[in-house]
Design a protein around this ligand. Structure first.
Ligand SMILES: Nc1ncnc2c1ncn2[C@@H]1O[C@H](COP(=O)(O)OP(=O)(O)O)[C@@H](O)[C@H]1O
Ligand SMILES: [Mg+2]
Length: 257
């Protein structure tokens, strides 16, 4: 079982879209995929039209000491081969309360360990904040995938995220390989083209040497969960990104200095 954290401390960079498109691609390749929504905003959970009132059972239950298992929390989705653990709004308050309880940083990793024979791939859709949930994801992950918008400001966000990952990596007993996916690329703007060039130059070896273009068909997350969804240029790009990521899993990583 391979666990990938899809994370960036910046919001709106395509984390949820990336999680969905990669999950679909992995399942189409025959994999058993588990998506875990770690974001209190629950975009992924809403994309799958899980009713949110009353809040569904889901990720928060892993942290409440009720020893809920992921196997019990995972629900089937409209995408064959993909299951989902839903997010609840209560996740937002968890970080504050959780910080005083020892051992909570590893709750997700422990829960995943118990289902390692049931899935081939687990994708963790992270919140855009560095707190207990992101730390759980980075502690549990075998790989970190960082979707990054191709604009100058987003490059600062990327640097912050990679610094955070390096910090968590030092406290784990195994490396956390990092992969950067340029997203929301608009080739008609000079700042987009320049930002992509900088990304490729600065993070050579860690960055996918391509980019997911702006594509209105990717704008509607609900569409991405339907049979007709995830078609078009953006989806094609995600299929290529997935091939590249899977090749990285096989290959030793070349890190830029
Ligand atoms: N390649 C793309 N082209 C057009 N819109 C996109 C693309 N990727 C994401 N979006 C849209 O941008 C917004 C933010 O994406 P999302 O995946 O929710 O980001 P995050 O999870 O990082 O907050 C969403 O409305 C999404 O549908
Ligand atoms: Mg999101």
């Amino acid at each position: 079982m391979q666990v990938w954290a899809i994370a960036n401390q910046k919001g709106g960079v395509g984390k949820t879209t990336t999680s969905l498109c990669l999950a679909r691609g992995l399942a189409q390749g025959g994999g058993r995929v588990l998506l875990v929504d770690l974001d209190p905003h629950a975009s992924l959970t809403r994309a799958f039209a899980v009713p949110t009132d009353p809040p569904p059972a889901g990720t928060h239950d892993l942290f409440t000491g009720t020893s809920a298992s992921l196997a019990a929390l995972a629900r089937p989705t409209d995408i064959p081969g993909v299951q989902l653990v839903a997010a609840q709004p209560a996740l937002a308050t968890l970080e504050r309360r959780g910080s005083t309880q020892p051992g909570l940083g590893l709750a997700l990793g422990r829960a995943l360990h118990a289902v390692h024979a049931s899935y081939d791939h687990v994708l963790l859709d992270c919140p855009p904040t560095l707190g207990l949930l992101m730390v759980n994801a980075l502690a549990a992950a075998d790989r970190l995938v960082v979707p990054t918008q191709t604009d100058p400001l987003a490059l600062h966000g990327l640097a912050d995220m990679l610094r955070t990952a390096a910090m968590v990596e030092r406290s784990r007993r195994r490396p956390l390989p990092q992969h950067v996916l340029p997203t929301l690329f608009d080739r008609r703007t000079r700042s987009g083209v320049q930002s992509l060039e900088r990304l490729h130059a600065q993070y050579e070896g860690r960055v996918w040497p391509d980019a997911v273009p702006m594509d209105t068909r990717l704008r509607d997350a609900h569409g991405l969960t339907s049979e007709a969804g995830c078609g078009g240029r953006g989806a094609d790009a995600y299929a290529r990104a997935l091939d590249w990521l899977l090749a990285q899993v096989q290959a030793p990583q070349r890190q830029a200095a």
